[in-house]
Design a protein around this ligand. Structure first.
Ligand SMILES: Cc1cc2nc3c(=O)[nH]c(=O)nc-3n(C[C@H](O)[C@H](O)[C@H](O)COP(=O)(O)O)c2cc1C
Length: 338
């Protein structure tokens, strides 16, 4: 089993429909160190579903499976499946506020039932050696005082969980959509810092609204790790600088063109009959964010990746368009100012 405590310094958040295995393979090309989380997978899907929800590429390590559920024996069974398949960690979702999740009695509503989460932790740890961790909020609804939060953590930590990832805003279970619940309740970073200060023995990662390396470095003065969601997805090249600045990687930054070629080769290796290049390309739309040719890149992928007979050389052809546009822009600048 690998020791992933150092990788926790920076992780990419679990994001439904976004952090699938193709996305994670792509992100891994940008950072060898980042800890990557799967989308949430429910115990129901794993136990009764027909598909293989646990498949991942070997190159994705270190990779954590996020589970949604609250029945301790089901959670334990799924944790065991995760360990057998080679996941490096199994994480319990105590942060997602969607209706579907509330009806299943898991996700953020479990903040009000720490004993249920504690029981899951105990049963899961009986069956697996990989870390069992919890991703939670700082509160829900009117249960939003520090003492409520600390009580939740104490009960779950006493059951044996020593690693928490905290989205630093509470969730409103009534009235706000999941998207609004990621934006409207205010961020409260000091509350997460306070948790670490009073529980130095726990590994605490902070999540929510983090977009720059500088912000990450500031948080890391107070907590053990930062978890980044939307910014890592929409501006993935950020991960390349994370490797250098947070992990001190001596490797040179991979160029965007190199990444595109690596991912084109990955697309060409896929053998699944349902596979389409777009399944990979959709996660790469932000690769040229803020760069000359960024709009051309996104437009080429969207226009040529989705039709009935998609371009098998989609990424390579998009790259050619971007490089052409960049060369033209340079030529124009040289004639204007040269
Ligand atoms: C599209 C999307 C899907 C998400 N799905 C999950 C999920 O499956 N499990 C989970 O714990 N959080 C989920 N989240 C929440 C993120 O993990 C993260 O906590 C949140 O986006 C705040 O971090 P950020 O500001 O860095 O994006 C999702 C967020 C987004 C944008």
């Amino acid at each position: 089993m690998s020791d992933i405590s150092l990788n926790r310094k920076f992780s990419v958040a679990p994001m439904l429909d976004w952090t699938d295995r193709h996305c994670r393979y792509f992100l891994r090309q940008l950072s060898k160190e980042a800890l990557l989380y799967t989308e949430m997978v429910t115990t129901g899907a794993l136990i009764f579903g027909k598909g293989d929800y646990l498949v991942f590429n070997d190159e994705e390590h270190p990779v954590a499976l996020q589970l949604g559920g609250s029945n301790a024996s089901d959670m334990a069974r799924c944790a065991e499946l995760a360990q057998q398949r080679g996941y490096d960690e199994v994480n319990i979702n105590v942060g997602c506020p969607s209706d579907r999740v509330k009806n299943g009695a898991f996700g953020a509503c479990l903040m009000a039932q720490p004993e249920v989460v504690a029981e899951c932790v105990r049963e899961m740890q009986k069956l697996v050696d990989i870390p069992v961790t919890v991703k939670c909020r700082i509160g829900i609804d009117d249960m939003d005082e520090y003492d409520d939060f600390a009580r939740f953590i104490d009960i779950v930590a006493n059951a044996g969980c020593d690693t928490f990832i905290v989205h630093a805003r509470k969730a409103w279970l009534q009235g706000l959509s999941p998207k609004e619940n990621r934006e409207i309740p205010p961020l409260n970073y000091p509350r997460v810092y306070q948790l670490k200060a009073t529980h130095p023995e726990l590994s605490i990662s902070i999540n929510g609204g983090i977009t720059t390396i500088q912000q990450m470095q500031q948080h890391l003065q107070h907590v053990d790790g930062v978890m980044v969601g939307r910014e890592a997805y929409t501006n993935p090249y950020l991960l390349a600088s994370v490797s250098q600045t947070l992990f001190g990687s001596p490797l040179p930054l991979p160029s965007r063109a190199e990444l595109v070629n690596t991912m084109q080769a990955y697309i060409e290796r896929q053998t699944d009959e349902w596979f389409k290049p777009w399944h990979v390309a959709r996660h790469m739309l932000g690769l040229y964010q803020g760069q000359a040719g960024g709009r051309i890149w996104r437009r080429y992928l969207s226009q040529n990746g989705t039709g009935k007979s998609p371009d098998p050389h989609l990424l390579r052809n998009a790259l050619e368009q971007v490089e052409q546009a960049q060369a033209n822009a340079e030529k124009f600048a040289n004639t204007k100012f040269g």
